[in-house]
Ligand binder design. Structure first.
Ligand code: NAP
Length: 296
């Protein structure tokens, strides 16, 4: 059997970003508006600093006005909420996010609830989550959007396919389930209390792993020919100060069985940032009452 097709998120994200950059430039010409995005980062988590730097850089490259707000780890929750309220009011900012995880003394749900749903670039607010669940127009979280775009490289029509999503977080697992339902898949959602995960996983034409457990999904969990989307980002300590990034799927095993598979790195990760920019552009267009076509 030949190895699976590699679903190249890096190249798909570059294509999406160039479409976004063209749309941003068009918005400037037609309306004299520059879409604004802000990222709020509280604390010193090194991975979060890397994510926010990458988001800001790519936003700038696509022509957005991009602002980082870096707050120390001991910032009181009330000050974070004040920052969110100021961004809600700021006319130069069309979408923003507060990078998760937050320091333990800050309640993530209080912060997410404080974001204006019309500026909720991450799509984490309950209004957007509810709209998505109801099949209404919603801001869809960026990682699930990126997963769907990668799945579409392998399937023009998802109708009737069996999809298994491992993971039920509000940011990845649940919205991915909703998106796949919207695409007419028959969806099973599995989690840490599910029994016999390998058997459940083997029913999947589309298998999405969003777990945070390095290489949990083995090759013999994959149905031959299935499409495998690996959301996981896990850093393995190799000793001597060296680390290696791996996903939730044992890639070397799964690539021999799957029909198509995303690598880690270079799969879902780059798509997440591109889809965040797409969300922000869409929020800006919604505010202006214009529709600008962005390739999905
Ligand atoms: P999370 O909030 O920790 O959720 C993990 C989910 O996996 C939970 O639903 C949990 O089940 C389930 N789970 C944990 N251990 C399991 C096991 N042994 N068997 C089956 N299910 C298990 O994580 P998340 O935010 O969804 O992120 C998941 C992974 O994706 C992480 O590696 C994260 O770094 C990565 N991620 C990547 C991107 C990207 O852009 N590539 C974006 C976001 C997240 P319970 O609900 O029962 O606890």
């Amino acid at each position: 059997m030949t190895d699976a097709r590699i679903l190249d998120g890096k190249s798909l994200a570059a294509t999406l970003r160039s479409g976004i950059a063209a749309a941003v430039a068009g918005l400037g010409r037609s309306h004299g508006v520059v879409p604004g995005i802000a990222m709020v980062l509280v604390g010193d988590d090194p991975a979060s600093h890397i994510y926010v730097r990458n988001k800001t850089r790519q936003a700038g490259e696509c022509g957005f006005f991009a602002r980082d707000i870096l707050l120390p780890a001991n910032t009181p929750e009330s000050q974070v909420l004040d920052t969110v309220a100021a961004l809600n009011r700021d006319p130069a900012i069309h979408g923003f996010l507060v990078q998760m995880p937050l320091p333990r003394h800050i309640r993530p749900e209080a912060v997410i609830d404080a974001v204006d749903p019309a500026k909720d670039a991450d799509g984490f607010h309950f209004v957007n989550a509810g709209y998505l669940a109801m099949g209404r127009d919603a801001v869809i979280p960026a990682t699930p959007l990126g997963c769907l775009a990668l799945i579409r490289l392998a399937h023009t029509d998802l109708t009737g396919l069996s999809a298994v999503v491992i993971g039920r977080s509000n940011s990845v697992g649940k919205p991915t389930v909703q998106l796949l339902l919207r695409e007419n898949c028959t969806v099973t959602v599995a989690h840490s209390k599910s029994r016999d995960l390998p058997t459940i996983a083997r029913t999947a034409d589309i298998l999405v792993a969003a777990v945070g457990r390095p290489e949990l999904v083995r090759g013999d969990w994959v149905k031959p020919g299935a499409t495998v989307i690996d959301v996981g980002i896990n850093r393995l300590d190799l000793g001597g100060g060296k680390t290696k990034m791996v996903g939730d799927v044992a890639f070397a095993e799964a690539v021999k069985v799957a029909g198509a598979i995303t690598p880690v790195p270079g799969g879902v990760g780059p798509m997440t940032i591109a889809c965040l920019l797409q969300n922000t552009l869409a929020l800006c267009c919604r505010k202006l009452g214009v529709s600008i076509p962005v390739p999905a």
